[in-house]
Design a protein around this ligand. Structure first.
Ligand code: G3I
Length: 301
């Protein structure tokens, strides 16, 4: 294949990008998006603060705009994210207990129902595990409503949109470590008890090296019976940026249940990482060495 999406499709994978919907009217941006990517995820527009700014008052404008663009251009949509401890609307930040639990589950139900049939995979819960060595859940207002909040969210999402794949998504899970093992244990428990979970997203916001057991970590999750995806890939600039991008791509291709890769933005200047120049296209839209490393890895073998 001569584009990311074509080369990925030849291997049965998708290749996606996070999109800021406000940029869809910038032709230099959309030209690259439409040429290279066949999956999109909203960088911010489907988050809780964006979709329910006042309790019970929903705003789907940005999300709908992205879905329309995707449908017009043959792209699938990843939904991000139904529940997360960050980017909650102010009204939810101040809530606790059963009021927050009910509001959160209602949010899941309403948003998943609105987009029913249009989302390939939902990040139902994002970043619920703590950093560091505990392997435990992160403290948050949601966690303080009870440890079962995650499974309640997955059950509500399944009921609202039975056709969407339901994912758990997190970062610093790029190898076998305490955090990824905590998530692994949760997924194993969910599978054993029939809690509906279909996939695990590995954000993969990477620095200047890649864990040697990156692929082995993806594989151990796949072996639990879930799909895995690289969901927010970006890599710090350094001598080995292209090498790391190539290694991540090869790791995904080596795991049969790794169904796709998403980069967290299109051009370096679109990235939340700013001066890290962490993406595959420079600010003028030119393909970087990292692009070639990904394309070559997709086309190999
Ligand atoms: O929308 C407001 C705008 O009205 C206001 O004028 C402006 C002033 O700061 O802020 C705008 O909101 C910003 C929003 O991006 C949209 O641009 C927020 O301040 C800013 O915090 C927000 O950052 C996003 C961040 O998530 C929030 O935590 C980034 O764009 C987005 O790339 C980032 O994405 C996350 C994933 O969702 C989860 N994984 C990590 C990843 C990187 O942090």
């Amino acid at each position: 294949g001569t584009t990311l999406k074509a080369a990925a499709a030849e291997k049965g994978r998708y290749f996606g990008a996070a999109v800021a919907t406000g940029k869809l009217s910038t032709s230099a941006y959309t030209t690259i998006l439409n040429r290279e990517f066949n999956s999109v995820v909203a960088e911010n527009e489907m988050k809780w603060d964006a979709t329910e700014p006042q309790q019970g008052q929903f705003n789907y404008g940005g999300g709908d705009r992205l879905v329309s663009h995707a449908q017009a251009n043959g792209m699938s949509v990843r939904g991000h994210a139904l529940l997360w401890y960050q980017q909650q609307p102010g009204w939810a930040q101040g809530m606790s207990g059963s009021a927050l639990r009910n509001a959160a589950i209602n949010h899941v139900t309403q948003v998943a129902t609105h987009f029913r049939g249009k989302i390939h995979s939902w990040d139902v819960v994002n970043e619920a595990f703590a950093d560091g060595g505990s392997g435990a859940r992160r403290d948050s207002n949601l966690q303080r409503t009870g440890n079962d909040w995650i499974e309640a969210a997955f059950r509500a999402a399944r009921a609202a949109d039975p056709g969407a794949k339901l994912c758990y998504n997190d970062y610093n899970t790029d190898g076998i470590n305490a955090k990824s093992t905590g998530i692994y244990n949760m997924v194993r428990d969910f599978k054993s008890r029939g809690v509906p979970i279909d996939c695990v997203g590995f954000q993969s916001h990477l620095g200047t090296s890649l864990a040697g057991d990156y692929q082995a970590n993806l594989q151990r999750f796949a072996d639990l019976g879930v799909d895995v995806q690289i969901t927010e890939l970006d890599v710090m600039t350094g001598g080995n940026q292209a090498t790391i991008y190539g290694s991540v791509t090869r790791a995904c291709l080596a795991v049969s249940r790794c169904t796709g890769i998403t980069t967290w933005g299109v051009r370096d200047c679109d990235s939340w990482r700013g001066s890290d120049n962490a993406l595959l296209f420079d600010c003028n839209g030119n393909k970087k060495a990292a692009y070639t490393a990904v394309l070559d890895a997709l086309n190999a073998g």
